[in-house]
Design a protein around this ligand. Structure first.
Ligand code: KG4
Ligand code: ZN
Length: 345
């Protein structure tokens, strides 16, 4: 087991550009957040109904320097006060990743600081370690920990027996949870990104009106959301055929209830079976209020879910994961390349 008291103190500046957010943050000792900037491209991509990779890459080029400068300004620090540079190496869009990677390499080269390539999924997991500098540090997640990762590109359950140690118990066989939210939102005529739109519509909807399927799979810890998405499509087509107005709120609420039930039940079952002490939920979908409520309404396990601002993509989480890698001496070299597909384990 990693002895945390022996880890050296360090201030990490991190850069994240894996998808459509240009982000930079400075974090102390893996937990205390000094400064964080996230420049979202959401409005630009909304008109395409999803992330347009070339546009994302160009936008990162425009935003990256101002975002790093703003992060340093806000912290009242200069590069001389930084101990290492962390950067998202993957998974993500190649054209987006390279912009952050080149900026990070430039900074590392210019300052002679070590550079750490960080897995974006590991970053999401480490968002639960972060708190705002100046506030009282909350208790750290305790191992063995059952980690549910639910983002736009990934859905998986990992058992963590120590820092940076993952045993994948299951993952999605088709769509990721966030992807299902985005696709169903489009079916219902709701705007991108789908997660927040579905959540909003579901607030006034009846989650019991439509009985959407919950997939049964050989491995109980795998996920599948494509059948659910198809069931919503059939329902929408049937209603349209009858020339009925779409009950968008009820459809959204019933879909959301199905996703939340599956994510919650599988995580609790996995935590029990593997004698986990605590549960951690991470990734963009962990911002979902119904999912948070489901976990908060039980008291069998202590559950860690990041603050809303840390659920979706940000650089603070990359600094947190980068810190633990750095503290263990796992630095990268300047010859590293981006890894658009890079599994967590
Ligand atoms: O982690 P993230 O920001 O980017 C990836 O690494 O993929 O996750 C983005 C995903 C999108 O699919 C988005 O629809 C979903 O997270 N999301 C939500 C909510 N906020 C964001 N899904 C459900 N409810 C939300 N409130
Ligand atoms: Zn993400």
């Amino acid at each position: 087991m990693l002895n945390m008291t022996e880890l050296k103190p360090a201030r990490i500046l991190a850069i994240e550009t894996s998808c459509d957010e240009t982000a930079c943050a400075i974090l102390e000792n893996g937990r205390a957040l000094l400064s964080s900037t996230v420049a979202s491209q959401m409005d630009i991509h909304a008109r395409y109904g999803g992330v347009f990779p070339e546009v994302a890459s160009r936008q990162h080029v425009l935003s990256i320097i101002p975002v790093v400068e703003q992060t340093l300004d806000q912290s009242n620090l200069s590069l001389k006060d930084i101990d290492a540079i962390a950067v998202t190496r993957g998974p993500g869009l190649a054209g987006s990743l390279v912009v952050g990677m080149n900026m990070a390499k430039g900074l590392a080269l210019g300052t002679n600081l070590p550079i750490i390539g960080v897995n974006h999924l590991e970053g999401h997991i480490y968002s639960s370690w972060i708190y705002n500098a100046g506030e009282t540090a909350p208790a750290e997640p305790q191992f063995p920990l059952m980690a549910l990762l639910v983002s736009g590109g990934h859905t998986e359950l990992n058992l963590m027996t120590d820092h940076l140690t993952y045993e994948r118990l299951g993952s999605t066989l088709d769509d990721a949870a966030g992807e299902a939210f985005d696709k169903v939102a489009r079916l219902l005529g709701l705007s991108y990104p789908g997660g927040p739109s579905i959540q909003r519509a579901a607030e006034t909807g009846d989650p019991t009106r439509f009985k959407f399927p919950r997939a049964r799979l050989d491995n109980p810890y795998d996920f599948s959301f494509s059948g659910l998405k198809t069931a919503v499509l059939y329902e929408v087509n049937a209603l349209k055929k009858k020339q009925m107005a779409l009950p968008v709120e009820d459809l959204a609420a019933s879909f959301q209830a199905a996703v939340v039930e599956v994510l919650f039940n599988k995580t609790i079952q996995a935590a029990r079976e593997h004698n986990a002490k605590e549960i951690l939920v991470a990734g963009g979908v962990s911002a979902n209020r119904a999912l948070r409520q489901a976990f908060q309404s039980q008291d069998e396990f202590k559950v860690h879910i990041p603050a809303f601002s840390l659920c979706t993509d940000n650089a603070a989480m990359i600094a947190a994961a980068g810190y633990y890698r750095y503290a263990l001496g796992q630095v990268s070299d300047l010859g590293m390349d981006v890894q658009p597909t890079w599994p967590l384990s």
